[in-house]
Design a protein around this ligand. Structure first.
Ligand code: SME
Length: 162
């Protein structure tokens, strides 16, 4: 698999709709979790121009930094800490329009202004989170939530995170 990604354009909705089948085709023949996380982070980051796009994996009861695109990030996050640790503890997506208003937000970069974190679940168990940061306030809304949760389900089907 070495095909070039067709960078989707148009509305946010249109871009996600074009992107998901492409992501599916990129990951369907590869079973390695890290390789698939790396390509998914790249595809999302290139398409939307986010500030930081990446994964944290649940390893020995901590979130540990996985493949990402963007600047240096903290490597370990405890359950319930920050936006990522909260998404893990509550096993549900966190949409944060202004990170300064989220109690306990972990500022890996002072340029991050808004954030979305989507858990990847095998059954009820969170095995990883997808974390996306933006330099603008209120970048993420229900459209992002819905499409990224679909993406998380696709990744979970692929046993990603195991
Ligand atoms: N802001 C996150 C930490 C991870 S970085 O944004 C890459 C949080 O509060 O969990």
């Amino acid at each position: 698999m070495a095909e070039e990604l067709h960078i989707a354009s148009g509305s946010k909705e249109e871009r996600y709709a074009l992107l998901l089948p492409q992501i599916q085709s990129v990951i369907e023949d590869e079973d390695d979790t890290i390789a698939n996380m790396a390509n998914v982070a790249s595809i999302l980051h290139e398409t939307f121009g986010f500030w930081w796009t990446g994964f944290y994996r649940v390893v020995d009861n901590e979130l540990v930094l996985g493949p990402f695109q963007g600047p240096l990030a903290c490597t370990r996050i405890r359950k319930g800490r920050g936006v990522c640790g909260t998404a893990w503890a509550e096993a549900r997506t966190q949409v944060v329009p202004d990170v300064e208003c989220f109690p306990g937000h972990i500022a890996c970069s002072s340029r991050s202004r808004s954030e979305i974190v989507v858990p990847i679940k095998h059954g009820e168990q969170v095995v990883a989170v997808l974390d996306i940061d933006s330099e603008q306030l209120a970048t993420f809304d229900n459209t992002d939530r819905q499409w990224l949760e679909r993406l998380a389900a696709l990744l979970a089907d692929k046993q990603l995170g195991k």
